[in-house]
Design a protein around this ligand. Structure first.
Ligand code: PLP
Length: 354
């Protein structure tokens, strides 16, 4: 394979969470919304015409842009759609970091960042979260990192904790490169950083329709940033990154705020119940502001054993054999029934691990 770049050959690529075909599996491993998308999104898909498919779609996803801009009280050129949030990340890294530059990201954080950095052939600066019991803190001085791009997930994955807007604002003021604030899970959180994008020309906010809007299968995300940044970023994107069907569905979904918000409220109320029940079983977990929790296994059993035993009983959660999180399970909040079944199984396994 000498005809490919060495860094591609050296990379093991991203390993996505399992997507089982068996519909009876309780799938709490990839942070999907457990509720279906808005019925209006489904109607919009059914309403797509042959003429819409015959023609190329709007390169900027015009209708979606207008709907999202209205929601966020911005003008449409502050919104740029992507083929999933992951495409935004890939484009941002390609736009900002040349082969001699550095990409900075936190650890533990979204496991796609190291892979995209490797594929780009850029240098990685790995900044370590300061973890003390259930407290996760951004390290001091990260705003002085000499990286071309700094990626911060907020609320963080996989911990679910929320960094304060004050801290993010300090970073945005001082950091010299492109600051991506990855708000993939913001719909389940009390605060967001849109005001930082309004204020700082180097801030790019990532949003996705995969989690809050139950459209992971559609592949639709968007960025929020100043139009001057998007005029440059647009050159790096695919020419037509979002198709006519997904523009129609994502637009209908984002317009149906009452429906989406009703799913967020249900997830948040279950998050409170599941967190308390897990603590009751001896797990230790930071307060989550997301649609998942990161639970440290109780003494006497490993997270790996819990993960494997749950899997053998038809319940998928996420476990990584990685430093500082190998003793933890990341569990997506499901429907009340799914959560109850998870908790029942965990309780049984803890009473009798064999
Ligand atoms: C932290 C984070 N950022 C971005 C994404 C991208 O989401 P998508 O490509 O589905 O829009 C995800 C998806 O799991 C994520 O966890």
């Amino acid at each position: 394979m000498s005809f490919l770049r060495p860094n591609i050959l050296a990379s093991s690529g991203y390993v996505p969470g399992e997507q089982p075909v068996d519909p009876s599996v309780i799938k709490l491993n990839t942070n999907e919304n457990p509720y279906p998308p808005s019925p209006k999104a489904m109607e919009a898909i059914a309403g797509v015409t042959a003429e819409q498919l015959r023609r190329y779609p709007s390169p900027q996803g015009k209708l979606f842009r207008e709907a999202a801009a209205k929601l966020h009280n911005l003008s449409p050129d502050w919104i740029l759609p992507f083929n999933g949030g992951d495409e935004l990340l890939s484009v941002a890294i390609r736009a900002a970091a040349g082969e001699k530059d550095a990409v900075a990201y936190l650890e533990p954080s979204y496991s796609l960042y190291p892979v995209l950095t490797e594929l780009q052939g850029a240098r990685a600066i790995k900044l370590q979260y300061q973890i003390d019991g259930t407290s996760w803190r951004l390290p001091e001085g990260i705003e002085n990192t000499s990286a071309a791009i700094l990626l911060i997930v907020n609320p963080n994955a996989p911990s679910g904790h929320l960094n304060s807007l004050e801290r993010l604002s300090q970073i945005a003021t001082t950091f010299k490169g492109l600051l991506v604030i990855d708000e993939a899970y913001v719909d389940f959180a009390p605060t967001h950083a849109i005001d930082l994008a309004r204020k700082y020309p180097n801030v790019l906010i990532l949003r996705t329709m995969s989690k809050g809007y139950s459209l992971a299968g559609l592949r639709f995300g968007y960025g929020i940033a100043q139009p001057s940044l998007f005029r440059e970023i647009e050159k790096v994107r695919d020419s037509y990154p979002v198709d006519a069907i997904s523009i129609a569905a994502a637009t209908a979904a984002i317009l149906d705020q009452p429906y989406a918000r009703s799913t967020w409220e249900k997830v948040k109320s279950e998050r409170t119940r599941v967190s308390a029940a897990l603590r009751g079983l001896g797990f230790v977990l930071p307060e989550s502001h997301s649609n998942f929790v990161l639970a440290t296994a109780p003494a006497g059993i490993t997270a790996k054993t819990l993960y494997e035993t749950l899997k053998s009983r038809g319940i998928l959660v996420r476990w990584w054999d990685l430093p500082r999180i190998a003793d933890k399970l990341r569990i997506t909040i499901g429907t009340p029934d799914q959560n109850t079944r998870l908790l029942e199984q965990l309780s049984r396994i803890l009473q009798d691990p064999h």
